[in-house]
Design a protein around this ligand. Structure first.
Ligand SMILES: Cc1ncc(COP(=O)(O)O)c(C=O)c1O
Length: 440
């Protein structure tokens, strides 16, 4: 597979051409990569009007991922998510989207900027902040009660804890109702390249975003918006403009080059390496389980360890840090480790050696959250003047900006909702001490 963007940058860097153009470093500097950092010079194409090397590279990506069309983002899935929302927004009247509650903050920002209304799908079973299981039956029931139907259904799969939604079954329900299915697949770019592909594009999603940078050898910020064949017919003509609404007009060429190089990886040894990493990760999960740790099933390149008696996820993370290992995320209840083909056998061995037998499972108190009352639209709340107040003064106030740490950037109370007693308890458990509320 050719790598036209990377090859162009490499040959320009090697050509010794004198740069009287941006960026200001002129291809020279202390970091070592300046010569590959370009702008939209002659021959370099332009992301939001691509018809040259970037367009060719995106075609390569679409073929690799089995998508109808693929568009690159140098602004992560955050940019792609917002573009998906812009694409499904109805031209007249208000637009409602039916979304699983564990949506990332970028989704809320997009809904606010585009003035969308969200009807939430709450987790089936106990309330959990990061996980929102939705079954095809549950989705069907929700759609049946909606008149008019939502402009789209939005799901996060995999979520921050590696849980995969039954995208195939959910896509079938969406198809039956003629409603497009949008999937935030930020954590699952690699899923197409497993022995049994389980990428949302394989399972019938209409639009989805992949943060290549989270699980593939791509620089931070590199992501893709994929459209299925049918979605491409409807949305492709507008997709670049939609992406451009939320990104800089000077996207990083270093990021675009790394997306381009990743195509060669995926067309070559990449799938084999990803599958090997998934198998090795499964071995580590099994070892940890033998030591008594609770490690739920889920996404193949994530190890989620549940906290133990007297050992919250954050304390586990500190222990790992002392052993020279940094995790992806930790909170009171979980430790999350992300693996990949870049991890060596020595990395896995070191991780396994750092775990002592589990002192006993923790018994976290169940979270409860009655769906808060939406009193302002997401847009009104997000763009209102606000003040940050400590949790003890937040009861009854209206959430302006979601109070979340990033990661995982999933909010218990979202813009425009009135903060109730049980929400305060959830926020406290999430380590939130202050929340931005609308000035009234
Ligand atoms: C579930 C989820 N969606 C979207 C995003 C945003 O992705 P990006 O960082 O590529 O902008 C993240 C980031 O962590 C995420 O966890």
């Amino acid at each position: 597979m050719d790598t036209p963007v990377f090859d162009f940058a490499r040959s320009y860097a090697d050509s010794g051409t004198v740069r009287f153009h941006m960026p200001g470093h002129k291809g020279r500097g202390p970091m070592g990569w300046e010569s590959l950092d370009l702008t939209e010079i002659h021959g370099a194409d332009s992301l939001y009007e691509a018809d040259g090397i970037i367009a060719r590279s995106e075609e390569n990506a679409a073929a690799l991922f089995g998508a109808g069309r693929t568009f690159y983002s140098a602004g992560g899935s955050s940019q792609c998510l917002k573009a998906m929302l812009a694409l499904i927004r109805r031209p007249k009247g208000r637009t409602t989207i039916l979304a699983a509650r564990n949506a990332h903050k970028a989704f809320l920002q997009g809904a606010g900027l585009l003035d969308l209304d969200v009807r939430w799908l709450w987790p089936e079973g106990d309330y959990q902040l990061l996980r929102c299981p939705v079954s095809p039956e549950g989705l069907e029931k929700a759609l049946r009660t909606m008149d008019p139907l939502p402009a789209a259904v939005f799901l996060t799969s995999p979520d921050y804890l590696g849980h995969l939604q039954p995208v195939g079954g959910l896509a079938a329900v969406c198809r039956a109702y003629g409603v497009p299915l949008l999937v935030d697949n930020a954590h699952g770019a690699y899923l197409h390249f497993l022995e049994e592909p389980m990428h949302p594009m394989d399972l019938g999603a209409d639009l989805c975003c992949d943060s290549g940078h989270k699980t593939l050898p791509v620089l931070t910020g590199g992501a893709c918006l994929h459209l299925s064949q049918t979605a491409a017919e409807r949305y492709a003509p507008y997709a670049r403009e939609a992406m451009g609404l939320f990104g800089s007009t000077s996207p990083s060429y270093l990021i675009l080059e790394s997306l381009d190089r990743c195509n060669a990886f995926l067309a070559g040894k990449g799938p084999e390496k990803l599958q090997r990493a998934a198998a090795r990760t499964a071995e580590t999960k099994a070892r940890l389980r033998r030591l008594g740790w609770r490690v739920p099933e889920g996404e193949p390149l994530k190890i989620v360890v549940e906290a133990a008696e007297g050992l919250p996820g954050t304390a586990l993370a500190d222990l790992l840090r002392k052993a020279g290992i940094e995790c992806e995320y930790a909170d009171a209840d979980y430790l999350v480790l992300m693996t990949g083909p870049g991890n060596t056998e020595a990395d896995f061995a070191r991780l396994e050696a750092a775990f002592l037998p589990c002192p006993g499972p923790a018994a976290p108190g169940p979270l409860t959250l009655t769906p808060p009352k939406q009193v302002l639209s997401i847009r009104e709340a997000l763009l209102s003047p606000w003040e940050a107040v400590p949790l003890e003064r937040a009861l009854g106030r209206i959430c302006a900006v979601p109070a979340v740490s990033c990661p995982p950037a999933v909010a218990a109370v979202v813009c425009g909702e009135r903060i109730a007693e049980d929400a305060l308890a959830v926020l406290e458990r999430c380590g939130v001490s202050e929340i931005p509320v609308v000035l009234e």
